[in-house]
Ligand binder design. Structure first.
Ligand SMILES: [Zn+2]
Length: 88
């Protein structure tokens, strides 16, 4: 578990509590407005708003990223979906 590095929030889809973020290669990073995120429990594609709160993001929004970034996000999302939700 990482130290909290953003406001306590929850996934808008499943309610999973979130208060920390890492970049895809596990380096802790303080998120910025507009950054994408994935819910670690349900795999929902999320995005930080101006207040650094999490909201839904559409798959179309990933078009803003380059191919490598899109591919990494989809790979991580597939992993989360295959693993299943976090139950604790
Ligand atoms: Zn979720």
């Amino acid at each position: 578990m990482n130290a909290p590095n953003h406001k306590k929030d929850e996934c808008p889809k499943c309610g999973y509590a979130v208060d920390s973020a890492t970049e895809l290669h596990h380096e802790p990073v303080k998120p910025s407005a507009g950054d994408f995120s994935l819910c670690l429990s349900c795999g929902s594609l999320l995005r930080f708003d101006r207040e650094l709160l999490l909201g839904h993001a559409s798959a179309d929004e990933l078009d803003e990223l380059d191919d490598a970034q899109r591919s990494e996000i989809r790979k991580a999302q597939r992993y989360i979906l295959q693993r299943g939700p976090i139950t604790k």
